[in-house]
Design a protein around this ligand. Structure first.
Ligand code: ADP
Ligand code: MG
Length: 594
């Protein structure tokens, strides 16, 4: 037996323990989630490595997790048949707090404290192995790696900053492969060793772990047993009902026994038939998979067949990503890629979704990719390109679905959070203009409060109107007061108000919608189809000299001074040249260079 000190970079272990215990006090039960997720990770690693080293599976044991409770003594054991740990790995993984999930937890704890988050939120972060000490006095980790022929035991106590490692010499405690954790619960926490409580916790926290989790449960079945008749009773019966034939008496007894019971849903959600999955289950899966606490705005579950076969569940989250992982930094871990149910990676940078759609979350499971798929393969693969195309299409269908939701607020919410992303899509993804355009929303001269779609605009066009008119400004108020608008308002022609700086560039990239061009009403040659040549000639004659005089006075400050028919009440307006920047663009460019 050898004793070690816990290694940690910044915080003393005892203080660290206090921190964890205090901040999670009302949330102690997360220990089970953490330990089960470590077991599941260990099984995942084994399954992944066994693809190239089938020998790893030679100790023919099933890949599963088994949780046994001893309620009289307050002991829980969690056994997995995963990758296990060598002696060195025990030292490295469990002896260095800063390296484990605990360090991540501390960071998250600090960040969320700064943000004033409550402990419920904190409970969503990975606390890691050390959460075992939330409820345990003493923890034993007995583990056997396929890389080693010996089994080792790590032992640590809640109130100590040291641990020991010894070889497991008792053959009755040997396991073929994997890890067995034994938790000796604190006096006040022995209640966790109740089999029903463990079962509930597994169902609550680890429902979607993709390996079977068995819990050791007391079961019973009833059976009828014949009983010897009480002679007095029999006599009484005889007298009462003389005509009844004599029956043998039986009694129902319950036979009790203990057995393993499958406690989680092992089939991953995406493999199930979409018709049989409820919205609640999709929402729950979203929460568990992405550590989310809000329900998604929409989800989509589909299978594609043919050229490339894969299954996927996608989500539109209900809030925009935080500043950390926004559009500019699309490495969001939002898409989890599986190959034949084996988790491969969630580290993507545009391979499966273009960056403007990086807010879409989901899982993708393919049967066509190799299990040892690397980043290079992902980037070059024709299969991945086809997958990406389909995923993008499905994502747009899903978003379009929100526009048809009974609850109008849903799309307003989507637009508020992800409108910018779609506008970026207008600039970056020409190929999908047809899918993006119907999803865009703008205020207009006839709808200053509720945003409208292009379809609504087109619906409202005058019979002889050919173009879609817009004006870019820095707010609805300034758009509304622009002199350019007068004539169109007078003619009852609707004008879109582009008030977000990116709007104008986005629309210019689209160029047209349903064969109607976008026309900036602040540009020089706006043609409303109402030219009266006679009258114009007259006016030109009358005011020609005035124009010349104004041009002379203003000199280089303007390109030209022209007679216009586009105003109704204002005497004059400053307009942009046909080929120049609009005033709004000019403002933008200036803002960028200053
Ligand atoms: P994390 O899971 O975030 O890495 P943890 O504190 O939960 O952090 O676990 C620390 C490390 O200990 C894991 O990364 C893993 O290497 C090792 N470990 C924990 N539990 C097991 C297990 N059941 N089987 C194999 N390795 C494990
Ligand atoms: Mg962990």
């Amino acid at each position: 037996r050898q004793a070690f000190q816990l290694k940690n970079i910044s915080t003393k272990p005892s203080r660290l323990m206090d921190l964890i215990v205090n901040s999670l006090y009302s949330n102690k039960e997360v220990f089970l989630r953490e330990l089960v997720s470590n077991a599941s990770d260990a099984l995942d690693k084994l399954r992944f490595l066994s693809v190239t080293e089938p020998d790893l599976l030679k100790d023919a044991v099933d890949l599963d997790i088994r949780i046994q409770t001893d309620k009289d003594n307050g002991i829980i054991t969690i056994t997995d048949t995963g990758i296990g740990m060598t002696r060195q790995e025990l030292v490295d993984c469990l002896g260095t707090i800063a390296q484990s999930g605990t360090a991540k937890f501390l960071k998250a704890l600090k960040e969320s404290k700064d943000a004033g988050a409550d402990s419920n939120l904190i409970g969503q972060f990975g606390v890691g192995f050390y959460s075992a000490f939330l409820v345990s006095e003493r923890v034993e980790v007995s583990t056997k790696s396929p890389k080693s022929d010996k089994q080792y035991v790590w032992e640590g106590e809640a109130n100590s900053s040291s641990y020991t490692i010894r070889e497991e010499t008792d053959p009755s405690k040997h396991i073929p492969r994997g890890t067995r954790l034994t938790l000796y619960l604190k006096r006040d926490d022995k209640g966790f060793a109740h089999p029903e409580r463990i079962q509930r916790l597994v169902q609550n926290y680890s429902q979607f772990v993709s390996f079977p989790i068995y819990t050791w449960q007391e079961k019973g079945y009833t059976k009828e047993v014949e009983v010897d008749e009480d002679p007095a009773e029999a006599k009484k019966d005889d007298q009462d009902e003389k005509t009844e034939p004599k029956k043998k008496k039986t009694k129902t007894v319950v036979e009790k026994y203990w057995d393993w019971e499958l406690t989680n849903e092992t089939q991953p959600l995406w493999l199930r038939n979409p018709k049989e999955v409820t919205t609640e289950e999709y929402n729950e899966f979203h929460k568990k998979t992405f550590n989310e606490y809000l329900e998604p705005l929409a989800s989509s579950h589909f299978t594609t067949e043919g050229e490339v076969e894969f299954r996927s569940v996608l989500y539109v989250p209900s809030i925009a990503p935080t500043a950390k992982d926004d559009i500019v930094n699309p490495k969001t871990k939002n898409i989890r890629l599986y190959v034949k149910r084996v988790f491969i990676s969630d580290d993507f940078d545009g391979e499966l979704f273009p960056r403007y759609l990086s807010f879409i979350k989901g899982v993708v499971d393919s049967n066509d990719l190799p299990l040892n798929v690397s980043r290079e393969i992902l980037q070059e693969s024709r299969i991945v390109r086809i997958m990406r195309k389909r995923l993008v299409r499905k994502a747009f269908d899903m978003i379009l679905g929100i526009t048809m939701s009974e609850n109008r607020d849903d799309y307003a919410r989507f637009w508020e959070n992800f409108g910018k992303h779609l506008k970026l899509g207008c600039i970056e993804d020409r190929e999908n203009h047809k899918r993006i355009a119907p999803l865009l929303r703008f205020f207009s001269s006839q709808s200053e409060e509720d945003m409208i779609s292009f379809d609504e605009y087109v619906e409202n066009m005058k019979p002889d109107q050919k173009d879609i008119y817009y004006i870019a400004a820095d707010s609805v108020t300034s758009a509304k007061n622009a002199p350019f608008l007068e004539k169109l308002v007078e003619k009852d022609i609707e004008v879109l108000f582009l008030v977000d700086p990116i709007d104008e560039v986005a629309i210019q990239n689209l160029k047209s919608y349903k064969e109607k061009n976008f026309v900036d009403i602040s540009k020089e040659d706006l043609d409303l189809g109402d030219k009266n040549e006679e009258k114009e000639k007259e006016i030109k004659q009358e005011f020609g000299q005035t124009c010349e005089w104004i041009k002379k006075r203003l000199g280089d400050k303007v390109a030209s001074v022209q007679i216009s028919s586009r105003l109704s009440t204002s005497p004059c307006v400053l307009a942009s040249g046909k080929f120049g920047w609009s005033a709004n663009m000019e403002r933008l460019m200036k803002a960028q260079t200053v």
